[in-house]
Ligand binder design. Structure first.
Ligand SMILES: Cc1cc2nc3c(=O)[nH]c(=O)nc-3n(C[C@H](O)[C@H](O)[C@H](O)COP(=O)(O)OP(=O)(O)OC[C@H]3O[C@@H](n4cnc5c(N)ncnc54)[C@H](O)[C@@H]3O)c2cc1C
Length: 358
């Protein structure tokens, strides 16, 4: 049997989205050599992190705001181009400019404690031995599909935001969109002009917030998530801490009745969805269900490190995992936004380089 080569580096960064590239930039700026002292591993086919997979009808102007990566602003982007193309192009240029040498596609399957206080990062090919790990794997790889009774009997089409490619495939269909976040509202507004009928259902009443999502509101949202994470709980959904920004487009959709929220249905049948009411069951026949029900942190490869608390979350001190201080989670919990991910990359590198291990 051939022994798999173990390559030693000081730091492994998993994921080349906003968070991973930011960490890589600060590692390099601190004098670490890409490919020698640290490596960036990513299992996606090209640059762009999760942005490369956003549906093509999501234009750059429809994104909330893509914050700049450190050291190189994103300038002159055409607002009407797909965000997927704009961001993938920007990240590709960024990787070249700072010579970050991202290795892709490299899938990290597991990270385990190794000998001599090091971490072993197992991929399909090489095993990397690192003194510290920056995990920046985002959420896109773990779409959350809730389960409802009867779901498996539904004869129509079911899809999730992660697989949604735009409204074209829904022409003439009766569609129910599930989910009260930004993706849910965007799907409904896009589908309404082409579908035969759209219905929007959410578990809790949506909270629309007027005015811009400014720095103060951002800080308040981050503080709420940070508090949960400090207590060892899983991070809450984005919309539960930010609310839905009342943009002119949303206002128009509310006024025209396109965004007319109904409560969550109770079960699914072969032909539609059913609400239990005091007057008996009320059925709505639909041809498609779009689950805009969000994502969870993609951390399965870290399972051997046993990072989770009994509450299901991972207790953090800044970006550092309290149970495993060699591991930093960036783009997780309070830093799960393009602005937060960038800052977390810097904070993680500062801590790693200040610590004894790396
Ligand atoms: C539909 C949608 C719209 C959004 N819009 C906005 C917005 O407008 N503004 C904003 O600030 N935020 C937005 N967000 C949140 C935003 O995506 C994130 O905050 C940010 O882009 C995430 O960056 P990241 O680096 O943490 O993760 P990602 O961009 O997801 O990058 C993670 C990388 O890790 C790689 N990876 C994952 N697992 C492994 C593994 N096991 N091995 C190797 N590689 C792996 C993936 O291939 C990926 O390239 C949106 C999120 C969604 C779902």
């Amino acid at each position: 049997m051939n022994a798999i080569a173990v390559r030693e580096v000081r730091v492994v960064v998993i994921g080349a989205g906003q968070a991973g590239l930011s960490a890589a930039y600060f590692l390099r700026r601190a004098g670490l050599r890409p490919g020698e002292d640290f490596v960036v591993l990513d299992h996606s086919p090209g640059p762009g992190g999760a942005w490369q997979f956003r549906w093509p009808t999501m234009t750059y102007s429809a994104a909330h705001r893509v914050h700049d990566l450190p050291g190189m602003p994103l300038e002159g982007a055409d607002p009407d181009r797909p965000a997927a193309e704009v961001v993938a192009g920007y990240f590709a240029a960024y990787e070249r400019r700072f010579d970050l040498r991202v290795r892709r596609p490299v899938d990290v399957r597991a990270v385990r404690p190794g000998p001599d206080g090091r971490l072993l990062v197992e991929t399909g090919g090489a095993v990397w031995s690192a003194a510290a790990l920056v995990n920046a794997t985002g959420t896109w790889d773990r779409p959350f599909w809730p389960r409802y009774p009867g779901q498996e009997t539904f004869r129509g089409r079911q899809t999730h935001t992660a697989l949604y490619r735009g409204p074209a495939g829904f022409a003439g269909l009766r569609v129910v969109v599930v989910g009260g976040g930004a993706s849910g509202t965007q799907h409904v507004m896009e589908l309404a002009p082409v579908a035969r009928e759209t219905t929007w259902v959410t578990r809790t009443e949506p909270v629309f917030v007027p005015g811009p999502f400014d720095a103060d509101r951002g800080r308040a949202a981050v503080a709420l998530v940070a508090d949960r994470v400090r207590r060892g709980l899983p991070p809450s959904s984005v919309v539960s801490v930010t609310g839905l920004p009342l943009t002119p487009r949303i206002e128009a959709a509310l006024a025209s009745g396109v965004l007319d929220r109904r409560p969550m249905f109770d079960r699914i049948t072969a032909r539609g969805v059913v609400w239990r009411t005091p007057d008996g069951d009320r059925t709505l026949e639909v041809d498609a269900i779009v689950w805009a029900t969000g994502f969870r942190a993609a951390l399965d490869h870290l399972a051997p490190l046993r990072l989770r608390e009994p509450g299901g979350g991972i207790t953090m001190d800044g970006t550092r995992v309290v149970r495993e201080p060699r591991v930093h989670l960036v783009g997780y919990g309070p830093s799960a936004s393009t602005v937060g991910a960038g800052r977390a990359g810097r904070a993680a590198v500062r801590e790693i380089l200040a610590g004894p291990a790396a």
